[in-house]
Ligand binder design. Structure first.
Ligand SMILES: C[S@@+](CC[C@H](N)C(=O)[O-])C[C@H]1O[C@@H](n2cnc3c(N)ncnc32)[C@H](O)[C@@H]1O
Length: 249
């Protein structure tokens, strides 16, 4: 596993997400299906790293009265309205954009909105790109659950990603696994760590060295999560982890 330098969000993300939206549909549907099972405690949502919501479920967003979209990207609110505006009007959901670095200001944001449900929308796996030091990013991410203690929160984030070769795809690839958090990160049927990574990468035709997004320790031991394949680009795929933590857990 390697870490690689890359950017997060911005015009590059929007163009890639737009051009590859058909390819992303099965993953978006799996995320929506998982979100359907999440009943948020609050009708106020802090949607962190929501961007344009290219892969977000309008259906789930309609459960909220007030969504605060928090992103560093100034293009986010216009494009988010383009993707979800009509659905949000139908449910009379108010959308407010806050341009802010949510990782730097997380503690302040949590105390400014003490009752809100929080969803990290494919952003925690990008932290390593901004911190640029794997160990530092991993340590910060491993402590995020403590900082969110007592809150209703969830996250979908990159676990790892890498090159794929469509010629090596299995005949019946599996794009979704239920997992439970172990000392070695998510575990599927007792398999975790590098053995699990190899097994998952093989489902999408993974080749060569894959990037670790430093997110394997975000959830506490015993948390149930769902692993979802995301074959994002013609020669490149990700595996995402989706999990939810209740305020009393
Ligand atoms: C991979 S994109 C997420 C895409 C989005 N969830 C979607 O479905 O379109 C990551 C997003 O996180 C935002 N981001 C990255 N670091 C951030 C931070 N520290 N605070 C707020 N937003 C951040 C980026 O600007 C980008 O829009």
């Amino acid at each position: 596993m390697t870490t690689d330098r890359d950017t997060t969000g911005g015009v590059r993300w929007h163009l890639r997400a737009f051009w590859n939206r058909k390819r992303c549909r099965p993953t978006t549907a799996l995320i929506a299906d998982w979100l359907d099972g999440i009943q948020p405690v609050s009708r106020e949502l802090l949607l962190i790293g929501g961007s344009a919501g290219w892969m977000m479920s309008s259906r789930w967003l309609q459960r909220f009265e007030h969504i605060r979209l928090i992103d560093i990207d100034p293009l986010a609110p216009t494009l988010f309205r383009w993707n979800h505006g009509r659905a949000l009007s139908k449910s009379s959901t108010r959308l407010e954009f806050i341009q802010r670095d949510a990782m730097r200001d997380l503690d302040a944001i949590l105390s400014e909105y003490p009752l809100a449900t929080i969803f990290f929308d494919n952003v925690l796996g990008q932290h390593v790109y901004r911190v640029l030091e794997f160990d530092k990013a991993e340590c910060e991410l491993n402590h995020i659950a403590e900082r969110l203690s007592g809150r209703d929160w969830g996250s979908v984030h990159d676990l790892f990603s890498g090159p794929v070769d469509s010629n090596t795809l299995p005949s019946k690839p599996e794009f979704r696994f239920d997992s439970v958090q172990s000392e070695h990160g998510p575990s599927v049927e007792g398999v975790s760590g590098s053995a699990l990574h190899s097994r998952l990468a093989a489902q999408v035709g993974g080749q060569g060295e894959w990037m670790d997004h430093a997110t394997s320790g975000i959830f506490s031991l015993g948390t149930t999560t769902r692993l979802i394949a995301w074959p994002f680009l013609p020669g490149y795929a990700h595996w995402l982890q989706a999990g939810w933590v209740r305020p009393d857990s």
